[in-house]
Design a protein around this ligand. Structure first.
Ligand code: MG
Length: 397
């Protein structure tokens, strides 16, 4: 079953009929009631109060993420996504920011994220009070109180790190003892008509690494278009669980012929034996994405894949991402760093981890028609641009 999340379908699927309102699902009256008194300054217009953590105030806004092209993968296609911008504000005005890149595949929507925020604020209030430095405690408390809800928790983890970095006056990567360097990011060419795909490849001419979504009956045609349009680019493919193990093994000679550099998630997420089979037949590295959400998943993938793909919206926090790095490295595995279609705010948080991985795939904000944030991320050729500003180094665009 491949749900189609166009705008109407997406709104219908989330039970929302009020398209055009900044906070879908709320009536204007409820919005007015939700905006606290004293929030009249322009920078806070539209923010909704979700609770207090000690004296820190938690606020959120849902924002649209229109993409330049339809973004189709083996599972779904979408042109419009909506994410949640969360802000933690200390009494002295210092703010930490985070983005929840809610993904239906992982059980979340922007609405489910904001519905959880008051509960999240209560749990954090009980666990850490006024201490944003108590991040391990915060992670544990949110896991217990919220269960998975990974992008909601990730947004809070980003905001706490942003606050701590700003308080200390250092970027997060520097706080972790890293140096600002890493592999060039890939750029995704979404599945589309041949004409549009040729156009997309042309637009992406500056990128040295292209990522192609496979797992549809058009795989060979799609790879041919990309290889012809970009004869010298490295090509990575991502099946997003779209093949059976047998289909994936059958596709390997073709992938080798097109010089594919790595294969991401060839088979369904729970088919670990399938991953092992594909890897045993493949000269191309196999990377688990949907099969690897958190650090404990890595243990089950040892010997079955060459590497794992870390995404904050799956693993639920920057600290959990670091744990994945350590568990995977302890087993001699390679690491990829990925993202959803998300703004430069979420990308900025992932960028802090980029010096630790082998393959970077942080094109989420580069696929947007309009990005509400500015910060570290990838340049027009996929090169990595780190922040020198403290915390995540993100501003409003
Ligand atoms: Mg993937």
């Amino acid at each position: 079953m491949a749900p189609q999340f166009d705008r109407r379908g997406f709104l219908g699927a989330t039970g929302v009929a009020l398209a055009g309102l900044p906070f879908l699902g709320a009536t204007p009256d409820r919005l007015a009631a939700a905006v606290p008194a004293g929030a009249a300054d322009a920078s806070w217009r539209g923010a909704v109060h979700a609770g207090y953590i000690g004296k820190m105030e938690l606020k959120y806004e849902i924002f649209d993420l229109p993409t330049v092209h339809d973004f189709a993968i083996a599972r779904e296609g979408a042109r419009l996504r909506r994410d949640v911008w969360v802000r933690l504000r200390m009494p002295d005005g210092l703010e930490g920011w985070g983005e929840a890149a809610a993904t239906p595949y992982y059980g979340e929507t922007a609405e489910s994220v904001v519905a959880e925020l008051p509960r999240l604020a209560d749990a954090l209030n009980a666990a850490i009070g006024d201490d944003p430095f108590a991040m391990e405690k915060a992670d544990k408390a949110l896991e217990v109180a919220l269960g998975r809800n990974p992008s909601a928790r990730a947004a809070i983890s980003m905001a706490l790190h942003d606050l701590v970095g700003k308080r200390l006056g250092v970027p997060i990567w520097k706080m972790w003892g890293l140096t600002p360097a890493g592999a060039t990011s890939s750029f995704t060419i979404g599945i589309d008509t041949p004409e549009i795909m040729r156009q997309k490849v042309k637009e992406a001419a500056a990128y040295k690494n292209l990522k192609v979504k496979v797992g549809t009956p058009r795989d060979e045609e799609v790879l041919k278009i990309v290889r012809e349009g970009a004869p010298h680019a490295a090509i990575r493919v991502d099946a997003n669980t779209g093949w059976t193990a047998k289909q994936a093994v059958a596709a390997l000679p073709m992938l080798e012929e097109f010089g594919v550099e790595l294969v991401e998630q060839p088979v369904p997420a729970d088919d670990l034996d399938g991953l092992e089979l594909v890897r045993s037949r493949s000269k191309i590295p196999i990377v688990a994405d949907e099969s690897c959400k958190v650090a404990t998943d890595v243990a089950h993938l040892v010997g079955k894949v060459d590497g794992v793909n870390i995404k904050l919206s799956k693993c639920a926090s920057l600290r959990e991402a670091l744990k994945i790095v350590h568990v995977a490295r302890a087993h001699g595995m390679s690491l990829m760093l990925g993202c959803m279609v998300e703004s430069s705010l979420g990308i900025a948080a992932a960028m802090q981890l980029a010096p630790l991985v082998d393959w970077v795939d942080l094109d989420g904000a580069a696929l947007l028609a309009k990005d509400p944030f500015m910060g570290p991320g990838i340049g027009p050729d996929g090169s990595l641009r780190f922040n020198t500003e403290p915390g995540l180094g993100v501003k409003r665009a």
